[in-house]
Design a protein around this ligand. Structure first.
Ligand code: NAD
Length: 485
């Protein structure tokens, strides 16, 4: 093993995980075994919750302007260690170094937002009748938990850590068991930035620890990011236990390409969206609806896909199982009559024969009832469906049960506006294939891409990570009392 066994981070210290079960962290890039990952048990979670509960009174009573000083320093440390963190992310996740650098840059932006929170949570005050004032304050929830997926080992944890903690909560973080390495490094950076012991605790493990989080009486709120199947389970279990929960799930994002779309820009965008991070993004384009005659753009998409080279500007998919599943989708579509224009199956990268790579794949003439058109593939694969009209294309897009993102490529403003209005998804792009709202706008899909109210980042996250205290004060107690006073 390249690294020592994964440890938990509880009360400011790394500690061994005593567990009868363990997994192995494998680098998807070359198949190298990186570390043993023992799976924590409920007893480890108890220790983490106890540490967070002990830290909560002092941390929540620290003024927010003081709390965010930690994140000003953390932002600087992310900048200082950007390359080192990016290397770790690339190694454990399989994405390219450039993509990992972009991921850490996004962590920096998320942290910048958290440092602005004092400006956004000032509350309200009003003299509601003579001498009587009502005021509101955003109060932290207590010990909260964040459960994250494999595809952004650092960015998704940074969707929740800076905001939840700056707002006064103490946190239990559950990394993906596939990519636990960079989060441990992040914990040390936060400690160096001055975060008090116990405010952030990391408990490694798999579904057993997720279930324990949902059941733990000491945890008041749970955020989850991962597949829809698990998001649904977590949302049901956490809310059954009367916890606040926001659970973001999977996606099947459609791009609508109209005949007047700019061919070169559209082709570059479609390919970047479907193949970036090897298609393992919840915002990746997975289906393209070609409206009318756009064969000239499809030709350019194929040419662009040819420039995407596994092992060079295309990373690996997370595991052998993922590679096999993606290739199975392609084979099944082909057997059902779709045409595989660019085929990424059986990709082997020289010198990295044990890596799990799938080349860029373009499948044309896909029918809406095929699995490649309906299900999340999570690989560098785009399925092209054909529609005669914009309304037909919208009907295809809106029939999918997810609702994370959708995008349209056109130069026609009123048609773009029509599609923005009618598309049944939470994040829409116009001439942009990965329409991630940047801070302070919030991130979150609709339908089966998200269970719960509000979004996970930006201003919307304030509502999730705090509760409102409403105080009414009578400054002239000698004055008469009526129902309005
Ligand atoms: P996953 O659902 O398999 O795992 C996510 C987390 O849940 C992990 O920490 C894992 O340990 C835990 N988990 C897995 N199975 C569980 C079970 N049966 N019970 C309880 N917990 C369980 O997701 P993944 O494969 O790590 O990540 C990829 C998925 O995440 C894709 O579907 C992708 O679209 C989605 N995702 C969504 C967003 C979003 O913002 N909507 C962002 C990133 C990723």
């Amino acid at each position: 093993m390249k690294y020592p066994a994964i440890q938990n981070f509880i009360n400011g210290r790394f500690s061994d995980i005593a567990s009868p079960r363990s997994l192995t962290v494998i680098s998807p890039s070359d198949g190298k075994e990186l570390a043993i990952m023992p799976c924590s048990t409920a007893a480890d979670l108890d220790a983490a919750v106890a540490a967070a509960q002990a830290a909560f009174p002092a941390w929540s009573q620290t003024p927010i302007k003081e709390r965010v000083q930690v994140f000003f320093r953390y932002k600087y440390l992310l900048e200082r260690d950007l390359q080192e963190l990016a290397s770790l992310v690339s190694e454990e996740n399989g994405k390219t170094l450039g993509e990992a650098v972009a991921e850490i840059e996004k962590c920096i932006e998320l942290t910048e937002f958290a440092t602005s929170l004092p400006q956004l949570v000032t509350g309200e005050v009003l003299e509601v009748s003579k001498g009587v004032e009502c005021r509101t304050a955003h109060v932290p929830l207590g010990v909260v938990a964040s459960i994250v997926p494999f595809n952004f080992p650092s960015m998704v944890p940074n969707w929740t850590i800076p905001n939840a903690i700056a707002l006064g909560n103490c946190m239990i973080m559950k990394p993906s068991e596939k990519v636990p390495l960079s989060l441990a490094r992040i914990a040390t950076l936060l400690q160096e930035a001055g975060l008090p012991d116990g405010v952030l605790n990391i408990v490694n493990g798999d579904s057993e620890i997720v279930n324990a989080i949902c059941d733990h009486p000491g945890i008041t709120a749970v955020s989850f990011v991962g597949s829809t199947r698990v998001a649904r389970l977590v949302y049901q279990r956490a809310t059954q236990n009367l916890k606040r929960c926001l659970a973001l799930g999977g996606a099947k994002n459609h791009l609508l390409v109209l005949p007047d779309a700019k061919p070169d820009m559209t082709a570059q965008n479609v390919v970047a969206s479907m193949s970036g991070c090897a298609g393992q993004r919840c915002m990746a384009a997975s289906a393209m609806v070609a409206v009318g005659e756009v064969d000239h753009i499809v030709d350019k998409i194929c040419a662009e896909a040819g420039k995407v080279v596994p092992g060079r500007n295309l990373g690996a998919v997370i595991s052998r199982a993922a590679k096999e599943k993606i290739e199975q989708y392609i084979t099944e579509a082909e057997q059902q009559g779709a045409r595989v224009l660019i085929d990424g199956r059986n990709t082997v990268v020289e010198g990295k024969e044990n890596g799990t790579y799938v080349g860029p794949t373009v499948i044309d003439h896909v029918k809406p009832d095929m699995a490649v058109a309906r299900e999340e593939i999570f690989g560098p694969v785009i399925s092209i469906l054909r529609a005669a009209t914009v309304d037909e294309a919208l009907a295809i897009e809106n029939a999918n049960p997810y609702g994370n993102a959708a995008a349209v490529y056109t130069q026609n403003g009123s048609l773009a506006r029509y599609i923005v209005e009618k598309a049944n998804a939470g994040m829409i792009g116009v001439n942009i294939g990965v329409p991630v709202p940047r801070e302070p706008f919030s991130f979150g899909g609709w339908n089966e891409s998200k269970f719960g109210v509000g979004d996970i980042t930006g201003k919307s996250s304030i509502e999730f990570w705090t509760r409102l205290k409403k105080t009414t004060v009578k400054w002239n107690p000698e004055a008469g009392v009526n129902w309005m006073s």
